[in-house]
Ligand binder design. Sequence first.
Ligand SMILES: C[S@@+](CC[C@H](N)C(=O)[O-])C[C@H]1O[C@@H](n2cnc3c(N)ncnc32)[C@H](O)[C@@H]1O
Length: 192
Amino acid sequence: MGSRKKGHYKAHDKYFHRAKSEGYRARSAYKLKEIIARYRIVKRGDLVLDVGAAPGSFLQVLKEVVGSEGHVIGIDLKEIEPIEGVETVVGDVFDYRPEGKFDVITSDLAPQTTGIKFIDNDDSVELNMATLEICKKHLNDGGRAVFKIFQSNEMKKFIDAAKRVFKLVHLVKPDAVRSTSTEIYVVCSGKG
Ligand SMILES: C[S@@+](CC[C@H](N)C(=O)[O-])C[C@H]1O[C@@H](n2cnc3c(N)ncnc32)[C@H](O)[C@@H]1O
């Protein structure tokens, strides 16, 4: 490992250690916290669906924000260790049909990467297109959503589709995302 890389990992270790000491299951917690602080997309009392939720750090953050008046459901291919007050489901986003409607849908879905860029980028787009279909049917009018996607030429298909569903679409790279990572978040509000 070169010295530049070493320095980079050192800087970002702070989120790993912070997650450990603050009881979050993954450093991703700080990505969602930053997005919520900047865009106010989750509020007390909200009903939230989180897809690609394992091991559950987004769920922990979401539960803190919505409080006891709200409700959070997490779905993943993998089993999620129980979190008090949070409902979890084992399922595949491509055939998951939730019941009812939500105020917010968050996705941190990531495909199993092959190392072949255009395949990984396409897989990331397809996961997000499947989540967007869930948003169309299961988000309340005016609803909000967050999607993680690999930054690429292929992502344009998804951004264009998201713009047809939401009034506002912002791209954001939270500080807790490693600078070497191509992942970014698409923050959407005003579902039509
Ligand atoms: C980066 S992790 C999510 C981390 C999580 N947000 C947290 O904060 O703990 C991405 C997840 O997407 C899940 N995933 C990938 N493809 C999926 C699919 N088709 N349906 C449901 N979950 C999927 C993976 O199993 C993995 O747990």
